[in-house]
Design a protein around this ligand. Structure first.
Ligand code: GAP
Length: 456
């Protein structure tokens, strides 16, 4: 976390958590059995939000580049991978127990009074000495459960990329600098999962390992920091809420020659979204030593053989999704034509990542012609974007329901659409904009061309 003291807003966070459940973004995992700490299920809207985020990441990090290819590694890997990477030995957090209430805490996150740490649960200062707790979940492959069959659920996606470096290099016929990207689940047995989905035990990562010559590492670290900041702005996170924290040399992993954390101002404080790290040749060298396999690179031009260095932008899907929701959440007072005021809750998502792009409403549900037209428009737009058809309740209520989940556009089919107010308005609809609530008249044939470029 950066040095700046974040202003926290627990009340805002409570409202966001409650909206997430009420509208189907996020549910507690196994809720009917009392839940499972640190695990979350994404509902119909949450899964769309995450999918849009991952798809956009994949688009800009892989598809729109000549120098990056993708892969999808397995979650279970040979245990030797985690011995070589150092995770088996050192992927630990310091843990303390409170002797009074028996609660467990991360020693580095304890509150202090007059420089003395105390238990955040009961206030006692009677804490055990800190001891290292390995965060990897263990399981066993096959029928016997002993040391020889022990494996881990991967705590990061990155290692699959390092151990497949040679295969991917050969099949993709890339030259340095080039990258391998991956999106997938990771698991960490966090001592204290907290802040909703922010620190979970099961989560998703979006990682790029960008391999380069040693001389390029420092510049590429700066390049990827800027690229990643641009990414967050392009999904709608305001630049002023993003912070860059340069990790000082004494706090960095010993092999890193530079690390930046990209942080976001959550209602619970300024916290990390992504790490951008220059990891030198550490990972590949470790796997060369442990496997005895040559994971080096031959540069045709200089005729030199060397172990590539790597710059790693490593982002969390769940944290970014949470940042998007927190950033989008807004409440405003609006007054209707009769002068009645009410609070409008609106998620001001960038249209690109909004779970539903357009709500489609027939003015009256018991008019077959209005319904048929609205269904026709739904069929027209549906192959290209997520739509939501809603015929229930007053039109104002239907708009509000979509505002609350961040749908950027609303289309209303009314009697003008049917040609009842003259031919010039026939086959036109009302297009409503979520943020301004402004409405315009648009021909049905122009809808796709107008909306699609704004939501991709
Ligand atoms: N390969 C490098 C790596 O895994 P990390 O900083 O440990 O680095 C990268 O993790 C990103 O993964 C973090 O910036 C965060 O977004 C996400 N992440 C890590 N632990 C998480 C957790 N317990 N819950 C949710 N996201 C997490």
């Amino acid at each position: 976390m950066s040095q700046q003291q974040p202003k926290t807003n627990p009340e805002r966070m409570e409202k966001i958590v409650s909206l997430c459940k009420r509208r189907g973004f996020v549910f507690q995992s196994s809720e009917i059995y009392g839940g499972l700490n640190g695990c979350w299920d994404y509902g119909p809207l949450g899964v769309e939000l995450k999918r849009n985020l991952k798809d956009y990441w994949w688009r800009v990090m892989v598809r729109e580049r000549d120098d990056v290819v993708g892969m999808d590694g397995s979650i279970l890997m040979n245990r030797a991978v985690w011995k070589a990477s150092g995770h088996e030995e050192t992927f630990t957090d310091p843990m303390v127990d409170c002797r009074n209430c028996k609660a467990r805490h991360r020693a580095d996150q304890l509150p202090e009074k007059e420089g003395v740490p105390y238990c955040p649960n009961c206030g006692s200062r009677d804490l055990t000495e800190a001891r290292a707790f390995n965060l990897m979940f263990e399981t066993y492959v096959g029928a016997t459960q002993d040391e020889s069959s022990k494996v881990y659920l991967r705590p990061e996606t990155a290692q699959a990329i390092f151990v497949q470096f040679k295969n991917v290099l050969e099949v993709s016929r890339k030259k340095l600098p080039f990258g391998i990207a991956q999106v997938g689940k990771a698991f960490r047995n966090e001592i204290n999962p907290r802040n909703f989905t922010f620190r979970s035990r099961e989560f998703e990562q979006m990682e790029l390992e960008y391999f380069c010559a040693p001389s390029q590492g420092r510049d590429l670290l700066e390049y990827w920091l800027q690229e990643r900041l641009r990414f967050y702005e392009n999904i709608g996170l305001p630049r002023e809420k993003l912070h860059v924290h340069e990790i000082p040399a004494e706090e960095r992993a010993f092999y890193s020659q530079g690390t930046y954390d990209i942080e976001f101002e959550f209602p619970f404080g300024i916290q990390e979204l992504e790490g951008v790290a220059y990891r030198t040749d550490y990972d590949l060298t470790q796997h060369i030593k442990a496997s005895g396999k040559p994971l080096d690179y031959f540069d045709e031009e200089t005729k030199q053989r060397f172990v590539p260095h790597v710059v790693e932008p490593s982002a969390g899907v769940d944290r970014t999704a949470l940042a998007l929701i927190c950033s989008a959440y807004d409440e405003e007072t609006v007054t209707d034509e009769k002068g009645k005021s009410e609070t409008r809750i609106v998620l001001r998502f960038h249209p690109r990542i909004a779970p539903v792009k357009v709500g489609i409403f027939p003015l009256l549900k018991n008019n077959p012609q209005l319904v048929a037209k609205a269904r026709e428009i739904t069929a027209l737009l549906r192959p290209h974007m997520m739509t939501f058809y809603d015929e229930g309740g007053a039109i104002g209520r239907r708009y509000r329901r979509q505002d609350e989940v961040g749908t950027p556009f609303g289309i209303t089919v009314d009697f003008e659409t049917l040609g009842e107010k003259g031919d010039e308005l026939k086959d036109t609809v009302t297009l409503r904009h979520r943020d301004s609530m402004k409405q315009e008249r648009v021909a049905i044939k122009d809808l796709l061309g107008l909306i699609l470029p704004q939501v991709v």
